[in-house]
Design a protein around this ligand. Structure first.
Ligand code: ZN
Length: 81
């Protein structure tokens, strides 16, 4: 098994990786991450390192509510919980 990426303490957007909590079926590390908003989420290392996941979901909610208020259209690709 290859050495897991050590993401502890690293920041990804609004998330900071706190602890490795498990492994996905395809052997990716799962990290417990704390979000700037006070929430938390669990994300695979691939999604963190790849920049796919950058918040606990609050970013999407805020983006969407802001967008709705301004009448923007938000691409579905913004949603990476
Ligand atoms: Zn959040």
């Amino acid at each position: 098994m290859p050495a897991a990426l050590d993401l502890k303490g690293k920041r990804f957007g609004r998330l900071v990786a706190v602890a490795r909590v498990g492994t996905t079926p395809n052997r990716r590390a799962i990290w417990h991450c704390e979000c700037d908003c006070g929430g938390f989420t669990r994300v695979s290392a691939r999604n963190l390192a790849g920049g796919y996941t950058r918040s606990c979901g609050c970013l999407y909610r805020e983006t969407r509510s802001t967008a709705a208020a301004k009448g923007w259209r938000v691409a579905a690709s913004e949603w990476k919980p």
